[in-house]
Design a protein around this ligand. Structure first.
Ligand SMILES: [Zn+2]
Length: 317
């Protein structure tokens, strides 16, 4: 049976419902958990997070993919509890947001070691909980070019994806040529790769959307809601209308099957204040109405938020 790994166990792909494909329960830079100015009690974290996931569930949200890599605050025991409390399926990832967030232990590991780590987390589990990762995270370090460490992690991710059938989700879609070369060399079909953050305000004009689609890759418009209209917009914000028109241009070019959408919001940020006024529920409260107003019908919205993510997340051993 086609299945997806969630933190509470495998789930049939058709049970995922509406999927938020790139989100965060709590994201922080490595070491932020050691900064006592930002300490939150478990109760405070629950109080910030549970209402957002409950609202997501009430809106009709089914599945929340946590794209928080190893070293960035990933906490699977906590996710299991949140999923049980709220009824939202949570998919955890293995892998790293980028080479520049891999702590020295992992940064100095071999490709083989990292591959085994990812395979273990997908097939056996994360930190003794038995909860298996459902997706592999990789990314481009700050600077706009893939570093040697980024490439090592991409190679390990590609190898683990081939062995387990798990999909790969990237942080940033810039400098995609070396990434495509690595995936091809390792024998990973490119429809198993979601090239993420293809829409953000800093990188969208440096991202080769059409080229990635021609290679067979999937494109993530997964920073919806980080817009210049926010009260205190982050540096990667973009005008709402500009992003929507860009997205619709790809739809109008016939690429709906290749597209995925999400909000990349933090339920409870770690070591930073987060971005005020932005949550995963942007998908229901703003994005879906905007897509309807732009001309997408219900079938197209279902393809974007239900069918495409289910196909992407289904393990293909
Ligand atoms: Zn993210």
């Amino acid at each position: 049976m086609p299945r997806v790994n969630t933190v509470l166990g495998p789930v049939a792909a058709e049970e995922l419902g509406v999927v938020a494909i790139h989100e965060h329960i709590g994201y922080g830079m490595p070491g932020s958990e050691l900064d006592s100015r930002w300490w939150k009690t478990p109760e405070e974290r629950y109080a910030e997070t549970v209402p957002k996931l409950r609202a997501f569930h009430e809106h009709g949200g089914g599945t929340f993919v946590d794209a928080t890599g190893i070293c960035n605050g990933r906490d699977v025991d906590y996710y299991r509890s949140l999923s049980a409390k709220t009824g939202v399926h949570i998919v955890a990832c293995t892998g790293f947001v980028g080479g520049d967030t891999a702590l020295p232990f992992f940064a100095s590991a071999s490709v083989e070691y990292l591959t085994e780590q990812f395979v273990h987390e997908i097939t056996v589990g994360i930190s003794g909980t038995g909860a298996r990762a459902g997706v592999i995270k990789v990314g481009v370090s700050r600077g706009g070019r893939m570093t040697d460490l980024d490439k090592k992690i991409y190679r390990a991710a590609a190898g683990a994806a081939v062995r387990t059938g798990a999909p790969v989700l990237t942080h940033l879609a810039i400098d995609a040529e070396p990434a495509v070369d690595i995936f091809r060399a390792e024998g990973l079909p490119l429809d198993r790769v979601l090239f993420g953050h293809a829409d953000d305000g800093v990188n969208h004009d440096k991202t080769r959307h059409e080229w990635i689609i021609e290679q067979g890759g999937r494109i993530g418009f997964d920073t919806f809601g980080y817009e210049t209209e926010l009260p205190d917009p982050p540096f990667w914000a973009r005008p709402r209308k500009d992003r929507l028109e860009h997205f619709m241009a790809l739809v109008d070019a016939g690429h709906l099957d290749r597209l995925l959408a999400s909000a990349d919001a933090n339920c409870s940020p770690l070591g930073w204040p987060g971005v005020e006024g932005h949550t995963v529920n942007y998908i229901f409260e703003v994005l879906i109405p905007d897509l309807r107003a732009a001309g997408l019908d219900d079938a197209a919205i279902e393809r974007l938020l239900v069918t495409n993510p289910a196909a992407f997340l289904t393990l293909q051993p």
